[in-house]
Design a protein around this ligand. Sequence first.
Ligand SMILES: Nc1nc2c(c(=O)[nH]1)N[C@H]1C(S)=C(S)[C@@H](COP(=O)(O)O)O[C@H]1N2
Ligand SMILES: [Mo]
Length: 507
Amino acid sequence: MRTPSRTALSTGVVALAAGVGGVAASFASVGLTREFVAQPIARASTDVLPARSIGAFVAEFGLSGQQMNLLLAMTLAVLVFAGLAAFGLAVGHRVGVSALAALITIVSVWTVATALTGNVIASGSPALASGIVVGLSEAAGRDIGDVELSPDRRRVVTGSLSALGLGALGLSFSPRPQIETEPVDAVSNPGGQTGEGTGMSVPELRELATERSLGIGSIEPLLSDYHYIVDINTIDPTVDRDNWTLSVTGEVEGEVELDYEGLQNLPAENRFSTLRCVGDSLNGKKMDTAIWTGVPVSEVLEQAGPDSDCDCVMVRAADDFYQEFPLSALEDGLLAFGMNGQTLPRGHGYPVRLLVPGHWGEINVKWVTEIEVLEREAEGYWEKRGWHGTGPVNTVAKLWDGGDLDGIVHRDDGTIQLAGHAYAGTRGIERVEVSTDGGDTWTDADLTEPLPGNDVWRQWSHTYDPPETQHEVVVRAVDGNGDLQIKEEANAYPNGATGWVRQTVRP
Ligand SMILES: Nc1nc2c(c(=O)[nH]1)N[C@H]1C(S)=C(S)[C@@H](COP(=O)(O)O)O[C@H]1N2
Ligand SMILES: [Mo]
């Protein structure tokens, strides 16, 4: 029996199936790239949400927040395509020409997908897929006399099956952008090594970090096992190394454009560098250290001859991220193409990222494409959203407690051993002080021998006889200028977290 409500319901299912099929086909043909139809929606939702919450969201959840955002964007894309298919189906039914439903679906999905991604060719696959789902379902729903299933059921089954098929296709055939990872070391750089820097090879630096790391509890070694990732992307840009260029523009004597080979033909160096996100909470884990291989920015800047009235630059990236900060800070920067002895991973900015010693993470622009020397101050991506992350990092001493990373160890002899990391950017860590009585009295902690470089964290440790009752441990660092870590407690937004880390310890 064909009732109007059943037909409406089956039309809805077919439209939804067309939406799923379209998004799946888009994924099947381009994978997680910027041509994927959900990407611009995800990007827009990042821009529309209140700056502060999204900033905190990105900082707090990192990857998983971005995955949720992607899922939401994919759902929205399905609904939009489904709406277009529903319109096509409605027109087709009214006119009584079922081929028209498929045609309208194809044209409208193609148009909307192109409007979203800006890519006419890549938008063909979702359009055709949605059209095919609609076309097949309509064909299956035609009156062909005595068949068990009613026409509406046949449409629903056909629509669902074809969407499922396209979904499976999408999951199994989507191209996964692969970058070729190979050993990278300044020691074997085509353009040789700089006279500056450590002069050591990556394996030598790695060994040094291992030797100097404290093996206390489960705290992270001086060279992070896992380096945090924070960026604005739901889908990272895929930058082809052979097409990558960096241009130096704006207030310069002569603009410079450099390709990947050109960069590698300049002298490179290996350096330790610690990064910390301005969104990191006081005792959070968005602070890590790696060995980076790259060319000092000064090598490239010298060629351009910058002449800036504001002593400021805007650095731009392939993901449309941009940050403004002092030219003088950039001059000490590194254009890194290697991380821990390997090709820079995609998530950390492949093929080339910037590292700016001592500045908050956001200044360390990944997928870097342009350095514009400015005439006048301007605002960067996060500063437009209320953050103040363009300056040097705050001083911090951390004491991670519990979970994978734990620096509180109860030893067999009844003593307690505390250990953690301290970081103050280029000011360096001069001292870490520990209190085991809630801040009444303080003792200097032991510090690991500093690693070479001017922007590296250190580890501290302290062993004590605990009182018989529960007590509070407090840690604070003193930077190389002799300045004590700020005591006043503040959240990460907008200036970076301040305060002293306190942990309650049971004997
Ligand atoms: N192009 C680009 N670079 C970027 C970002 C970004 O969103 N886009 N995020 C910045 C922020 S906020 C931080 S904390 C660091 C983190 O670097 P990592 O992901 O390699 O740890 O990258 C910075 N560089
Ligand atoms: Mo950040």
